[in-house]
Design a protein around this ligand. Sequence first.
Ligand code: MLC
Ligand code: AMP
Length: 504
Amino acid sequence: MSDNLYALIAAGFPADPAAVFLDLENGPPLRYREIDARAARIAAVLTAHGAVPGDRIVAQVDKSPDAVLLYLACLRAGLVFVPLNTAYTAQEIAFFLSDAEPAVFVCREADCETAEALGREAGTGAVLTLGDGSGTLLEAAEGARPDGTAVARRAGDLAAILYTSGTTGRPKGAMLTHGNLSSNALVLRDYWGFTAADVLLHALPIYHVHGLFVALHCALLSGSRVIFQKGFAAEKAIARLSDATVMMGVPTYYTRLLDTPGFTAEAAHNVRLFISGSAPLLEETFAAFEARIGQRILERYGMTEVGMACSNPLDGERIAGTVGFALPGVSVRIADETGREVPPGTAGVLEMTGPNVFAGYWRLPDKTAEEFRPDGYFISGDMAQMDESGRVTIVGRAKDLIISGGLNVYPKEVEQCLDALPGVRESAVFGVAHPDFGEGVTGVVVPDGPAQLDPEALLDSLAGTLARFKQPKRIIVVDELPRNAMGKVQKNVLRDRYTNIYTG
Ligand code: MLC
Ligand code: AMP
């Protein structure tokens, strides 16, 4: 019996030939009955370009049904899907191509020329565009002769690599296996009570765990319909809520909904479940939501490396500021810096193990070893506490990480880019409260000599190197950085000093 996640998904496709998978803003829907043939044809094109099971397929493509089919095609053919944030710049992509060494890089039509140049530079097997014009992957797929069934995979075989940045500034590829994804998907479908009667409002990007795995797998494994929106826009989401039963989003989606007058209990009456994750949901947002809509948002906690680990219950009490309990099959503990479990109520680092926990960082065995305890627990870098009943509260981060609108930004990476700019001696990047993004990336720079530095010009200079969401929302020029007696930059002093710059 194969452990291919695609085989698991396909085995549960609804029998009803009219059942809709993706319900689109424009154009005909993608029906469940179409998935297999279309994914098989895309897979045939990839294999015709020499990709064999285990090879990586890097994709930087817009959100579309074809992008979802490309993911499913990779699973089906035993290829390892490597999705990239569409905001990444050419410089960022060059790294991913050289690190992942894909057989095929699939890009957007508009990026075709740059992508080909990057592919040549990195020695990528082939560069294909996802558009449906002449010479594209989809055109080739039209005429392709697909192979029979999903390629046999074992649970430990890789299904995807998702890059997450790191505290050193160098991104790391988290290797996720078919077993990791399948186990988490089945648990979530059941824990959140997904059935074929559900309709999921999907406005998340599909290059991260949240929109790609958590949302789509719950829908695919229950045969539910997905209202598939290109991106999140509060008005558009509200317009479709009366047809939806479940919505998933990052906290920014919920604050933006609450800032929109049309978001009322009436508009949301059909929705049985609002789920939030990827960043902390403020207690004020939870309370304002309950007061307006009469429902409690279900907050859950996860990471690229482990998928989902904790969730508030579907039927039990959902408590603001907590992320609930370890999911079935996942073991969570709060530990001190040596990995020893601390008593209930004490803050420590959240560690976890289970079938959901990734297989390590791509080609970084030493980094992988550093992040696991000898008994197999993965060290999340999040600070948390657990009460006597097992309920977990995230209380902070041991890692130097900013989460802006649900996207991770590692200060080191931004500091390296700022430091490389002419006229900059050094910089410090940190997050402070932001009313829309939760945390706003903020940079402080020290000039190299007497020359004046213009923050706007510095920001312009980052444009080609750093994805927009990683760029500081504000840059402040200072004479020197605050340092402790050991010479270490005191980011807490900077955070305190600039705490109100976005909130007034
Ligand atoms: C866009 N911008 C951002 C940003 N997204 N800046 C900071 N943080 C972000 N997250 C930039 C834009 O480029 C733009 O720049 C400006 O900010 C304002 O754009 P916008 O129109 O307001 O942005 P929008 O397109 O609406 O996007 C915001 C967003 C989006 C919050 C809707 O970022 C989003 O969908 N985030 C979800 C990310 C996600 O899926 N995370 C899950 C990771 S998985 P300018 O200056 O050019 O106008 C994970 C594991 C888990 O964490 O537990 O789930
Ligand atoms: P990523 O590496 O993009 O998968 O982001 C994972 C990180 O997001 C975690 O390590 C947490 O810091 C954060 N995160 C995810 N969900 C929550 C949540 N509900 N509350 C607080 N932080 C969260």
